[in-house]
Design a protein around this ligand. Structure first.
Ligand code: FE2
Ligand code: FE2
Length: 188
């Protein structure tokens, strides 16, 4: 592996953007554990709406950033043999996370609509299962995938990646409009 000069502007640096979201996701998981213990119904509902937006909208966009903008580019450069295996593992983890979210999101969505009662144990179980999948996944990306990307992808490639990711964020307006529609739906 050879070190590449990092000439990509900090605000367009895709790996920094991905890492920033990992921080947000860790905070979201922590808050999911405490959600069930919020006694005040209106506050619990507001918190559920905030957490739902991260898990239902920001996580899929983050996965898209990695699946479409990062991993194929990293897979095409010449790297160590184990990198190919780690990319495959990373993709498999994304699938498992999405499957788990398919189970978890309807529960959280019910909470966004103020539907009661949902047993605190159900939310705790959901948070624990998500932790079990996401914590090792974030570690793999932070300790292996992103450092290899930093070493192996040149500045022009990183810049293109960053631009793709910023374009996805420009669609945020549309994403939020959809989220508002979901929250406006009558209770299930
Ligand atoms: Fe990921
Ligand atoms: Fe990630």
């Amino acid at each position: 592996m050879s070190h590449q000069p990092i000439a990509v502007a900090e605000d367009k640096d895709p790996l920094r953007m991905l890492l920033r979201f990992h921080g947000e996701l860790r905070r979201t998981l922590k808050d999911l554990h405490t959600l069930a213990r919020i006694d005040d119904g209106a506050r619990r509902q507001a918190e559920a709406i905030r957490l739902y937006a991260v898990l239902a909208h920001d996580v899929p966009r983050h996965d898209l950033d990695e699946e479409v903008s990062l991993l194929p580019r990293l897979g095409r450069v010449k790297g160590p043999e184990r990198l190919t295996r780690m990319i495959r593992t990373c993709r498999g983890m994304h699938e498992s996370i999405e499957e788990e979210l398919d189970q978890a999101l309807p529960v959280l969505r019910a909470l966004t609509q103020g539907i009661a009662p949902i047993e605190p144990g159900v939310i705790e179980h959901m948070a624990t299962r998500l932790d079990g999948l996401l914590v090792p996944h974030l570690r793999l990306e932070e300790e292996e995938i992103f450092p290899h990307a930093r070493l192996l992808l040149d500045a022009a490639t990183l810049e293109t990646m960053g631009e793709e990711m910023l374009r996805r964020r420009a669609d945020k307006q549309r994403g939020h409009a959809r989220a508002v529609e979901i929250y406006a739906e009558p209770p299930l």
